[in-house]
Design a protein around this ligand. Structure first.
Ligand SMILES: [Zn+2]
Length: 169
């Protein structure tokens, strides 16, 4: 039994290390044109007093607290938005709140690279043509919200869902 446990641990550890080896570098390179767009906006946020955190293969940029509380911060129609492996958010608290959802978008960028920038709006048009909401009916959002819904312990009221719709992209 101990031997089996040892082999399971080895298999798990080698699977983990392969995720950090070439495939991880390949995913980073594939998503990098989109990450560069995010980094450009993130750089502007830093110039405006924002802050940056590196977390599990992603960069999370947050607005400065003053800018987040300003008319501009309140006007933003989302709490966070993802470009490649870069996630831009109103604040680090908001970034933590929507992290699971945005991480799904990171994985989508890692799969599709720059094609995601075409595929995402196309998926919204297809959803709209099928009579669905262009945002919630978008197959990429359906995948991202599936993670959210799975992780929702309390269940949310209709009002919460409407608020959530507006602040994750
Ligand atoms: Zn989303």
């Amino acid at each position: 039994m101990r031997v089996a446990h040892f082999f399971r641990r080895r298999a798990a550890s080698s699977a983990q290390s392969s995720g950090r080896g070439w495939p991880a570098v390949g995913r980073m390179l594939w998503a990098s044109p989109c990450s560069a767009i995010g980094a450009l906006f993130g750089g502007l946020m830093l110039l405006g007093g924002g802050s940056l955190r590196r977390l599990e293969g992603t960069l999370e940029f947050a607005l400065s607290p003053r800018l987040a509380a300003s008319a501009f911060g309140r006007w933003l129609p989302f709490a966070a938005i993802t470009f490649g492996q870069v996630i831009l958010g109103v604040s680090h608290d908001e970034l933590a709140r929507v992290r699971a959802h945005e991480r799904v978008h990171v994985q989508q960028y890692e799969r599709l690279g720059v094609l995601f920038l075409i595929a995402y709006p196309l998926a919204s048009v297809l959803a709209w043509r099928r009579g669905l909401c262009p945002y919630r009916g978008n197959c990429f959002e359906v995948e991202a919200y599936a993670v959210d819904d799975g992780g929702d312990e309390e269940g949310s009221s209709d009002r919460d869902e409407v608020v959530d719709d507006a602040d994750r992209w």
